[in-house]
Design a protein around this ligand. Structure first.
Ligand code: SF4
Ligand code: SF4
Length: 412
């Protein structure tokens, strides 16, 4: 884990020196003073979550202080903060139990909850998620029915205006929201969300269903499913898409809020730039094969055995923004492209309809993080190798034609 933390730190530090050039030393010094003051205020507050010290829990799980400092160092770089923030980030991690969290689930598969509670050989991110002040989580808590309702009412009353509202799953709006109800009174998801959002400090939409509608919103979207940002106004919303959202990004968002008292800087889709300012393709271990024109042509061929680029098998890494090619999944062991399947763009809007198929996009336009279109696929990377670019363009067009033809044949 520790070698991986060092590698992650190296990548983020190198990238951030390019990403964050417009902020001077003075900005960070003033931010440091504000964060220091905030940490002191939090220290004087009662802890709501786990009463156990983080250092004790880490030690019980076999992590040394040195491991924790390496994690702190990598996380500071991930949050796009300079190295002198590391001691403050370490203190903020120990204060994670000062911020109350209410977690609700709507149209979902609970995959983000599963990612959140990963406990088989937990890494430091997972342990830190264990100590947050989770005041309500219907799937994880013991009470049900009226008791659960009472717990939710108590939490929202006690922490009014202070809690982070985590939302997992899409919100159905068709037929007045009747496709999703919760609790003994049969409240619709949209009614409950609207009411909980009103008392929240900020809303964190986790997973692609809560952010952009995800699979429930796939065509023909019979329940009228929408993401949080399409149904709630007037509250800060932070989107952490992906299927599932990476626990490291959940920790990053809460940690940033604990440290600064503010939500992180967001892109045009309300995603934190520290996590979604990176294109999958730019940090992919197969990128050298893409540039060399070496591709997997069919599953199980020699190219697949040699870990060649998966673009021709439908990898959407060139048009997807996420940091999973840097921080990976499952204790940073691997990620989808690492084990041989292309990226399906799960952190982008409409991914199920637009990206989740095993052929390249012939007409892809690559979105810039700030909004608008940055480049076409041909301009982005493929232009470097003209012959390869032409080969792929022909392959992509043929695949699209084949796809349309077979769609047509299926329909007839
Ligand atoms: S197309 Fe996919 S597999 Fe190929 S380099 Fe880009 S992200 Fe990696
Ligand atoms: S590689 Fe692509 S599809 Fe896989 S988790 Fe990352 S963004 Fe989602």
């Amino acid at each position: 884990m520790t070698d991986r933390a060092e590698a992650v730190k190296r990548v983020f530090t190198a990238k951030n020196s390019r990403v964050d050039t417009n902020r001077g030393e003075r900005y960070y010094k003033e931010l440091y003073v504000r964060c220091k003051k905030r940490i002191e205020e939090l220290k004087s507050m009662e802890s709501f979550g786990s009463k156990a010290e983080l250092s004790e829990i880490l030690s019980d799980e076999g992590y040394s202080r040195r491991d924790f400092m390496k994690w702190t160092s990598a996380t500071t770089a991930m949050l796009m903060l300079p190295g002198f923030f590391e001691p403050l980030v370490a203190e903020a991690a120990e204060m994670m139990n000062r911020i109350p969290v209410i977690w609700v689930e709507y149209q979902d598969c609970a995959g983000n909850t599963e990612a959140f509670i990963r406990s088989d050989g937990p890494k430091i991110d997972d342990i830190i998620l264990d100590i947050i002040s989770l005041e309500f989580h219907e799937t994880l808590m013991a009470p049900a029915g009226f008791q659960a309702e009472r717990q939710l009412d108590d939490a929202r009353e006690t922490f009014k205006g202070k809690y982070l509202l985590f939302v997992e799953g899409a919100i159905p709006l068709a037929e007045n929201g009747i496709y999703g109800t919760t609790g003994p009174a049969g409240e619709t998801f949209i009614e409950q969300l609207t009411s909980l959002a009103a008392d929240a400090a900020a809303i964190v939409a986790v997973g692609t269903c809560a952010t952009f509608g995800g699979v429930p919103a796939a065509s023909p979207n019979p329940t009228g499913a929408k993401g949080v940002m399409d149904v709630i106004n007037g509250k800060p919303i932070i989107n952490i898409p992906a299927c599932p959202a990476n626990p490291a990004n959940m920790v990053g968002v809460i940690l940033h809020y604990v440290l600064t008292g503010q939500i992180p800087e967001l892109d045009s889709l309300l995603r934190p730039k520290f996590a979604f300012g990176y294109r999958i393709h730019d940090n992919c271990e197969r990128r050298a094969h893409f540039d060399a024109g070496e591709f997997v042509e069919e599953w199980g061929d020699e190219g697949a055995k040699n870990n060649f680029c998966l673009y021709k098998m439908g990898c959407k890494g060139p048009m997807t923004f996420n940091n999973c090619s840097i921080i990976r999944y499952n204790e940073s062991v691997s990620w989808p492209v690492g084990v041989g399947h292309g990226c399906i763009g799960c952190s982008e809007p409409d991914f199920w309809d637009k990206y989740a198929y095993e052929r390249p996009m012939a007409d892809a336009n690559i979105k810039a993080p700030a909004g608008g279109v940055e480049k076409s696929v041909d301009e982005f990377g493929l232009g470097i190798l003209t012959a390869t670019g032409i080969g792929i363009a022909i392959h992509a067009a043929a695949s699209l034609f084949a796809g349309k033809k077979s769609d047509g044949e299926d329909a007839s």
